[in-house]
Ligand binder design. Structure first.
Ligand SMILES: Nc1ncnc2c1ncn2[C@@H]1O[C@H](COP(=O)(O)OP(=O)(O)O)[C@@H](O)[C@H]1O
Ligand SMILES: [Mg+2]
Length: 240
């Protein structure tokens, strides 16, 4: 018997108001240990999908299962507590709290209070955060805020980390660092679902990928197969 997917999204429809049908029956799976990406242009529905999975938005139809349990309609805090972490688009760190306080907020749901190992782990992954523990998060650079948002998510010791456009607005060298760390986090046992407009980087980091266009999955395959797909090359990688 094959192991059921860690995250199983089935036929998800999400509508804003009455008219804006942002997701039109999206199905996707992430198995334990994978890095999976969803690529798509601005407005394709990537953020809507992650928000619907994490319980920020309610779907009109469809179902999401996480670790074998139906999570559709459950409140965000319960979903987070089950081990599903969501790093939102635009990072949303707490600007008036320090780096250390932001990290502490990430461990809010943890029952054990000794977080020293978790801080050590985050500071090892992101040494710059260790050097800036006391600095207010709002004064960090964009790349440092992305690192902090990821570090904060890791403080909850998630099984699945969902990242919404981690590379957005960052210089290429910083994007390299972020993607190196995504791979490292994955090697340490955290499953990753990544959504990105930056298709090249996302596909390079992933084992499988989906292409989302105006609320529908139009292609899914191994990342390397998608990289050689004529349509993906032309529309998403800017190649012939
Ligand atoms: N709060 C909202 N109210 C109404 N429409 C929205 C809202 N957020 C997103 N949309 C629309 O839903 C569609 C998908 O948006 P989004 O999920 O943000 O796409 P992506 O993250 O791929 O850029 C777009 O047409 C967008 O304009
Ligand atoms: Mg988005």
């Amino acid at each position: 018997m094959t192991e059921p997917a860690l995250l199983d999204i089935q036929g998800l429809h999400t509508v804003y108001g009455k008219k804006i049908h942002a997701l039109k029956g999206v199905s996707a799976q992430v198995r334990s240990g994978e890095i999976v990406c969803i690529i798509g242009n601005n407005g394709a529905g990537k953020t809507t999908l992650l928000k619907t999975v994490s319980g920020v938005l309610q779907p009109d139809k469809g179902a999401v299962r996480f670790a074998g349990e139906a999570i559709t309609g459950q409140p965000t805090h319960r979903i987070a507590r089950m081990g599903l972490a969501h790093v939102p688009e635009g990072r949303h760190v707490f600007p008036r709290l320090s780096v250390a306080e932001n990290l502490e907020m990430g461990a809010y749901f943890r029952t054990e209070r000794d977080l020293s190992k978790d801080y050590d782990h985050v500071f090892e992954l992101f040494p710059v955060l260790g050097r800036r523990k006391a600095q207010l998060a709002g004064t960090l650079s964009g790349g440092e805020q992305q690192m902090l948002a990821m570090g904060r998510a890791l403080m909850a010791r998630p099984r699945l980390l969902m990242l919404d456009e981690p590379s957005m607005g960052l210089a290429p060298v910083v994007v390299d660092t972020i993607f190196d760390i995504i791979r490292r986090i994955n090697k340490e046992g955290v499953t990753v679902l990544l959504v990105e407009q930056n298709a090249k980087r996302a596909l390079q980091a992933s084992s499988r990928g989906y292409v989302l266009e105006t609320g529908e999955i139009v292609l899914e395959d191994k990342a390397e197969t998608l990289c050689s797909d004529a349509k993906v090359r032309k529309a998403y990688l800017g190649l012939q």
